[in-house]
Design a protein. Structure first.
Length: 131
C-alpha cells in the first residue's frame, strides 16, 4: 500500500470518528472549500459552508453512527478516488428507538492541497434505506 493510499484510508477513518463524536470542525478540515456531495434523490450539497450548515442542524437532535469498508483506492498525481461500502445510522438524541439506517456504495474524489494534504473534493453515494 502506498503512503498516499494509507493517508486517504486514515482520513476516511478520521471522518467516521469525528462525525460520531460530533466534531464538525474536524470533519470540515477533511474537505476542500468547494467540496460537492451528491446524494440519491436529492440536490447536490455544494461547498463546505453548505455542508457545515446541514451537519450542524442535523447534530442538534441526532447523532451519527457510521462505518465504511474501503474497497478501492486509486491515486494518480494530485487526484485520487475511493470506492467504499458505507453504513450510516442516524439516531435521535432523546429517543434511541428513532433510528434511520442507510447503506450502500460511495465513490469519493480526493485532491491534494497545495500544502500536500488530501482533501475530499467530491462525494457521490448511493445509500438506500435499510429495513
Amino acid at each position: 500500500m502506498s503512503h498516499d493510499e494509507d493517508q486517504i484510508r486514515q482520513l476516511i477513518s478520521q471522518w467516521h470518528r469525528a462525525t460520531a463524536s460530533g466534531d464538525v470542525d474536524a470533519v470540515l478540515g477533511l474537505m476542500a472549500d468547494d467540496a460537492t456531495f451528491y446524494v440519491a434523490g436529492g440536490a447536490p450539497i455544494r461547498g463546505r459552508a453548505s455542508f457545515e450548515r446541514n451537519l450542524r442542524e442535523l447534530l442538534k437532535s441526532w447523532r451519527v453512527e457510521s462505518s465504511g469498508d474501503v474497497q478501492e483506492v486509486a491515486v494518480s498525481g494530485d487526484l485520487a478516488y475511493t470506492c467504499t461500502h458505507l453504513k450510516v445510522s442516524i439516531v435521535h438524541r432523546s429517543d434511541a428507538g428513532k433510528v434511520s439506517t442507510r447503506a450502500g456504495h460511495a465513490m469519493s474524489i480526493w485532491r491534494r492541497s497545495s500544502e500536500g494534504r488530501w482533501l475530499l473534493a467530491r462525494d457521490a453515494n448511493m445509500l438506500a434505506q435499510v429495513q
